[in-house]
Ligand binder design. Structure first.
Ligand code: UD1
Ligand code: CA
Length: 451
């Protein structure tokens, strides 16, 4: 049985922010959400988040995690003091406690599984996650004897120059036998450079303790300032892009592309430069996305192309061509084999298969059938200043250039709308509608007053 405690009470002064550090976003999720998500696979029995600085804000931001229990650390007297706060909540608990840092957001689930498995196999009192780090400055150093048996952790600021040469660092991630830890916790002292209660001291008291080296050291990167936040983003991007390319996705100029880790890209897809894929987005096989596109919380079907366009909260079905310079938003649903062209905005509308909206249009709150052709500059006038109204266009209908469809209005199937019409009433199937004044030509006409 395992319980988790996530340390998140610190203010994060070096972020220079009114937002608590752990709430800063990193690739679509906050730091603390990432930490919470990484421990999901170990199925913790209890999850405690230790909050202090702006704790209410942290609680509010995590309301989609109903199983999280918040424990207040009113004064931040150190990482050991933070863990002491769970003592009253774990009375009688005999399992293991996994301690995670709220500001170490790139941990992989299988690293945690590994840590927990080693801890159990060895029947350890504590197992600590370590890394061989090329630039260990700022991290606690972990010392082991020649048999690789743990000896002690010394904080960077408490290290001698010789100790600072040790590159094995403490990731701030630990697994403890709770019964043993809870005996030690009340005995922690503050005899260190910062005058704080250190959780690392508890490790120093326990026995047996083993270390587990993380293979990919950037995983344990901790965030204390905005520069480190940017570095973490770069680490995350490299990881996501390497995974995408290994799975058969072409990234043209990867450095100019950004991905969220909630995005799914099927193999044999080409992502062109300056393209950004965010949120719960799915890109199906054979698609070509970009250059210059932003796709957020959307699903793009097989063999679709999206060129210099923005697609948000929408669906594009197989074989459709979007852009250049189109904007699909608010639950636009584009059928198969459609063409949505230059300077077209589609909002909260369903577009049937093989329908074209090729140039300069606004389609909002509309339902278009199959094989409709929307002429250049056609606009659905969906808003009367108070309410939004729907427009329906039946299969095979065509609108002439610069038509305005004043909603609510329904055009039947096979309707033709003459160019420049302002359609205010429903039109039956197979009709031509002309809703504009007839052209008048006055021959040999001159402006009055002239001879
Ligand atoms: C800690 C470790 C260090 C390790 C490093 C890894 C100690 C003494 N040192 O140092 O060995 O290399 O993490 O990143 O533990 N927090 C609280 N309450 C407190 C103090 C801190 O909740 O009273 C939280 C912070 O919000 C943060 C985490 O604990 O999320 C770590 O605290 P921080 O001050 O950043 O520790 P480090 O100096 O980085
Ligand atoms: Ca830290």
């Amino acid at each position: 049985m395992v319980a988790v405690a996530i340390l998140a009470a610190g203010r994060g002064t070096r972020m220079k922010s009114s937002l608590p550090k752990v709430l800063h976003p990193l690739g679509g999720r906050s730091l603390i959400e990432r930490v919470l998500d990484s421990c999901r696979s170990i199925e913790p029995k209890r999850i405690f988040v230790i909050v202090g600085y702006q704790g209410e804000q942290v609680k509010k931001a995590l309301d989609r995690y109903p199983n999280v229990e918040f424990v207040e650390q009113a004064q931040q007297l150190g990482t050991g003091h933070a863990v002491q706060q769970v003592i009253p909540h774990l009375e009688g608990f005999t399992g293991d406690l996994l301690v995670l840092n709220g500001d170490v957001p790139l941990l992989r689930s299988n690293t945690l599984e590994n840590l927990l498995n080693t801890h159990r196999e060895r029947d350890n009192a504590a197992t600590i996650l370590t890394a061989q780090h090329p630039s260990p400055r700022g991290y606690g150093r972990v010392f082991c004897d020649s048999q690789n048996v743990f000896q002690q952790i010394v904080e960077d600021r408490d290290c001698t120059d010789a100790q600072k040469q040790n590159h094995r660092i403490n990731a701030g991630i630990y697994c403890f036998d709770w019964v043993k830890l809870s005996e030690i916790l009340p005995k922690l002292k503050t005899n260190n450079d910062q005058g704080e209660y250190y959780i690392t001291d508890a490790v120093n008291y326990l026995n047996p303790v083993t270390v587990v080296d993380v293979e990919d050291y950037p995983e344990i990167f901790g965030i204390n300032d905005r520069k480190q936040l940017a570095t973490a983003y770069a680490i995350l991007q490299t990881r996501l892009k390497d995974t995408a390319m290994a799975s058969g996705v072409t990234l043209v100029d990867p450095d100019s592309i950004t991905l969220d880790d909630t995005v799914t890209i099927e193999p044999d897809t080409i992502i062109e430069p300056h393209t950004h894929l965010r949120g719960n987005t799915v890109i199906k096989s054979g698609s070509r996305i970009g250059p210059g596109s932003l796709i957020e919380n959307s699903s793009i079907g097989e063999n679709a192309t999206i060129l210099y366009s923005v697609v948000a909260d929408s669906i594009v079905k197989a074989g459709s061509r979007i852009g250049p310079y189109a904007h699909l938003r608010g639950h636009a649903e584009i059928g198969e084999g459609c063409r949505i062209g230059n300077f077209v905005e589609v909002k909260k509308s369903q577009i049937g298969d093989r329908t074209n909206v090729a140039h300069l249009s606004y389609i909002g709150d509309a339902n278009l059938g199959e094989r409709v052709n929307v002429g250049a500059g056609t606009v659905t006038a969906n808003y009367d200043g108070v309410n939004k109204h729907p427009t329906h266009i039946g299969d095979r209908s065509k609108t002439g250039a610069n038509s305005v469809l004043v909603a609510p209005v329904t055009l039947g199937e096979g309707v033709t709308v003459a160019a420049g019409s302002v359609v205010t009433e429903d039109v039956p199937d197979d009709s031509l509608v002309i809703a504009r004044s007839r052209q008048t030509v006055k021959k040999d006409w001159k402006p009055s007053g002239k001879q």
